[in-house]
Design a protein around this ligand. Structure first.
Ligand code: PPS
Length: 291
């Protein structure tokens, strides 16, 4: 069992050794032109979009994957390296699928250069800061490979200061948003849009990837990827991971927009909104905190 790591400054971004241990191999990772990189700030809905992509690409051709391989083995987490386990880069190197679906939480400036050189497709999923923060808090409470969360009010402060694993939410979503202007194969999605109209978001995703699933296939994927179904499914709910204590909180916890309202005090919400306005200056990047 791994133990709680400390955060430290790594080229200007807060990181833990579990994601910097294997840095050279991460930076030298050899992407292939048909790889698909799934990039997110932690807790933005990575598993949801990963599962949808896995079903779109492989749901029909290899249905046995669905019952035998947990999602974190189908979609390796590139930068992670726990001392006792196979590293993310090794898992990705060994993936037999075409395309390879690869997960990262890296801020855009840390993405291995081969993904840009190979002009890979990238799916970025962003989630509004308030719900993202709440989800992150509960994740840090239940996962011993994450830094100690502290109490809610100190976590809240740290989030605004960007002292979270993988750094500032504000920098992450903005950095990737800017990258969209120069990397045309970057599809930027929002968690809230998926909650509001999953069919429409899947259509946009498929059209950006050049996929043409049948209406029946799409309907089946929408059902399989519903929160309640993913929560029940041991291949998607992370129940097979020993570092997570489901007695503290579930990985598939609430799956909602607006849960922040049951965590933020009125004063916290005011302070957050003021600070948010100062940090989020780009009028083209807008999030919904209610739907
Ligand atoms: S991780 O650890 O960074 O990979 O976590 P990630 O998968 O990005 O985020 C987990 C949150 O996504 C929610 N989730 C979903 N919401 C709605 N529908 C579906 N199908 C779904 N699947 C995962 C999950 O519940 C976590 O959010 P919270 O708010 O904690 O419930």
């Amino acid at each position: 069992m791994e133990s709680r790591p400390q955060l430290f400054d790594f080229h200007g971004v807060s990181m833990t050794h579990y994601v910097t241990n294997n840095w050279e191999n991460v930076q030298n990772f050899q992407a292939r032109p048909d790889d698909i990189l799934i990039a997110t700030y932690p807790k933005a809905g990575t598993t949801w979009v990963s599962y949808i992509l896995d079903l779109l690409y492989f749901g029909r051709v290899s249905p046995e994957r669905q019952t035998s391989l947990p999602i974190y083995k189908r979609v390796p987490f590139l930068e992670v390296a726990f001392p006792s386990l196979v590293s993310g880069t090794e898992m990705a190197d060994k993936l037999p699928t075409r395309p390879r679906l690869i997960k990262t939480h890296l801020p855009v400036q840390f993405v291995p250069k081969s993904f840009w050189e190979q002009n890979c497709r990238i799916v970025y999923l962003a989630r509004n800061a308030k719900d993202n923060m709440v989800s992150f808090y509960h994740f840090d409470r239940m996962n011993v490979t994450q830094p100690e969360p502290g109490d809610w009010s100190s976590f809240f402060q740290r989030f605004m200061e960007g002292k979270m694993l993988f750094g500032s939410w504000y920098d992450h979503v903005n950095g990737w948003w800017k990258k969209k202007q120069t990397h045309s194969k970057l599809h930027y999605m929002f968690y809230e849009d998926m909650i509001e109209d999953i069919g429409q978001e899947m259509d946009k995703l498929c059209s950006s990837l050049g996929l043409v699933p049948s209406a029946e296939e799409k309907r089946a994927i929408v059902v399989e990827a519903q929160f309640d179904n993913m929560k029940k499914n041991d291949m998607t709910n992370y129940s097979t991971v020993p570092c997570m204590d489901f007695k503290v909180s579930h990985f598939m916890r609430k799956g909602k927009v607006g849960d922040w309202k049951s965590h933020f005090t009125v004063a916290q919400n005011e302070a957050f909104d003021q600070d948010y306005q100062k940090k989020m200056k780009d009028p083209t990047l807008q999030f919904h905190t209610n739907i």
